[in-house]
Design a protein around this ligand. Structure first.
Ligand code: UDP
Ligand code: MG
Length: 339
């Protein structure tokens, strides 16, 4: 008898991906059919789409045995989608892949090779070009990766995307980090394990448009920095020391000047400038404190990471599509489901 085939779960977060899904499914199936030695399974996560995404994926789930889906009660964000997919994954390997074909499915074979033959625990894709992306977006993205790598212990490759395959063991480690405000790129790096990076050139999305506006990306960056480093909190202390030092020198200077030359009225501009500067730094420090405090506040509520509305996963022996009750994403939040 042939040894049992290794299983692979493909987690696909989808938010209004109606126009891309058919091509994504077709191309991914074409690739996985080339690898009969593995048993693939799709886990589509509908992140509260307003278009026909849910209809399409539930059709696939009815038609194909290896397709499952989870549908959220509203849009919870891609991070929640990834978490839900990983939580429902049970295969030997799990991979996260975008639905817009910006993550080439042909790379799945390379990823499997890295895990199966080369002994890596995970294999992740890295974009080496950003063609087709607005210049300003690339600039800020690069600046963000430089900043987060310098400030935090986690090391995130520039151009790293959320296209990654990992072992069941690593999935287990990721799920242990049950924080509500998730920054997957940091989490993947934080849990450790041996990761192989494979490079690819940027591909434009096949249909629809990006779900990440500049503002959403800015919030995402802030999430990443606050989740993985507390260095900004020290900024106030450094600024405080620096300003105390400067003011001491200025006081001495004024004192000496007063003793030898006497006093005169001018000095308003410098006073004014110093006031503005110190005021600005103080407000900025308060703002940084506030960012961390706000995150602590949200985290202490222990709200579920996502709420499931429908799924094709058979629960408790139910048949077909299951209308789930409140399926909380976070571990241990079941007790708090009354909120
Ligand atoms: N996505 C999601 N929830 C969101 C936003 C995006 O599940 O709130 C999914 C989206 O459907 C896609 C993937 O995350 O499969 C990446 O999104 P997108 O292509 O818009 O991001 P970009 O590639 O432009 O960074
Ligand atoms: Mg995309």
């Amino acid at each position: 008898m042939a040894p049992p085939r290794k299983t692979v779960d493909l987690i696909v977060p989808c938010y209004n991906e109606g126009p891309s899904l058919a091509r994504f499914f077709e191309e991914t199936c074409a690739q996985i059919n080339k690898m009969p030695q593995y048993a693939f399974r799709f886990i589509f996560v509908d992140d509260g789409s307003a278009d026909d995404t849910l209809a399409i994926i539930s059709d696939y789930a009815r038609e194909y045995e290896n397709v499952n889906y989870i549908s959220f009660s509203r849009n919870f964000g891609k991070e929640a989608g990834i978490y839900a997919g990983l939580k429902n994954a049970s295969a030997d390997y799990a991979a996260v892949i975008d639905a817009d074909l910006q993550h080439p499915p042909r790379m799945l074979a390379d990823m499997l090779y890295a895990l199966d033959e080369e002994g890596y625990d995970s294999c992740s894709a890295r974009r080496v070009s950003r063609e087709g992306e607005p210049r300003i977006k690339s600039f800020f993205a690069r600046a963000f990766y430089r900043l987060i790598n310098r400030m935090s212990d986690v090391d995130i490759a520039d151009g790293a995307v959320d296209y990654r395959m990992m072992t069941k063991q690593m999935v287990g480690a990721i799920l242990e980090l049950s924080e509500v405000q998730r920054f997957s790129k940091g989490i993947f790096a934080w849990v450790g394990f041996k990761t192989k990076w494979i490079e690819f050139h940027n591909v434009e999305r096949i249909a629809g448009e990006t779900k990440f506006s500049f503002w959403k990306l800015f919030k995402y960056a802030l999430e990443g920095i606050t989740a993985f480093t507390t260095v900004p909190l020290r900024f106030a202390s450094f600024a405080g020391v620096a300003f105390s030092f400067i003011s001491m020198i200025l006081i001495l200077y004024e004192l000496i000047k007063y003793m030898f030359i006497g006093t005169d009225a001018p000095g308003y501009p410098s006073t004014f400038i110093m006031l503005l500067l110190i005021g600005g730094i103080m407000l900025l420090s308060c703002g940084i404190l506030g960012e961390y405090l706000a995150r602590m506040y949200m985290e202490t509520k222990r709200r579920p990471i996502y709420i499931e509305k429908r799924t094709s996963f058979h629960r408790g022996g139910a048949e077909g599509d299951v209308e789930s009750g409140v399926e909380s994403g976070a571990e241990g939040s079941a007790e708090g489901a009354g909120e």
